[in-house]
Design a protein around this ligand. Structure first.
Ligand SMILES: Nc1nc2c([nH]c(=O)n2[C@H]2C[C@H](O)[C@@H](COP(=O)(O)OP(=O)(O)OP(=O)(O)O)O2)c(=O)[nH]1
Length: 126
């Protein structure tokens, strides 16, 4: 099973969503930015590196917010969402084609990657 680490980045009562580019798998779907976990690195180190690569943001990844398993046609992923704080910078798109700062209560209005729906639901219910 593939582990995917995703960042819950908050600012002013909103959370950052990014949209997957055309040509990618799940193109057009919104997600919490992040990446597959590689080798033996920690969840936090992976996320901090990837968020810097993808969004040019320096962040500190913290606690696990949720873990859920989702089976797509081509793979089963374990999606681990981490509470993440911006230390420096503003997001710049490099691999996504759009971003949005979204109030928690509106996350489910976006076309989320299916694995992200329970995460958004959980955040909204809190
Ligand atoms: N980053 C991220 N990926 C997610 C989320 N939800 C979800 O189903 N995914 C899926 C999409 C990707 O297949 C995989 C993450 O891989 P990745 O971010 O390294 O993306 P990638 O485009 O290189 O992946 P892939 O096309 O090779 O599948 O997990 C999410 O919230 N964040």
């Amino acid at each position: 099973m593939i582990t995917v680490v995703a960042a819950i980045i908050r600012q002013d009562n909103t959370i950052l969503l990014t949209r997957r580019k055309q040509g990618q798998w799940l193109a057009g779907y919104w997600e919490f930015p992040g990446s597959k976990l590689e080798d033996v690195e920690t969840l936090q180190a992976c996320l901090e590196r990837e968020i810097h690569e993808e969004l040019r943001l320096t962040v500190q990844a913290g606690d696990v917010v949720s873990t859920n398993i989702h089976t797509y046609d081509h793979a089963t992923i374990r999606l681990v969402a981490l509470e993440t704080t911006i230390k420096e910078g503003s997001p710049v798109l490099t691999v996504h084609d759009d971003m949005a700062w979204v109030p928690v209560s509106r996350l489910l209005n976006y076309q989320l990657a299916p694995a992200d729906i329970p995460v958004a639901q959980m955040l909204a219910d809190r």
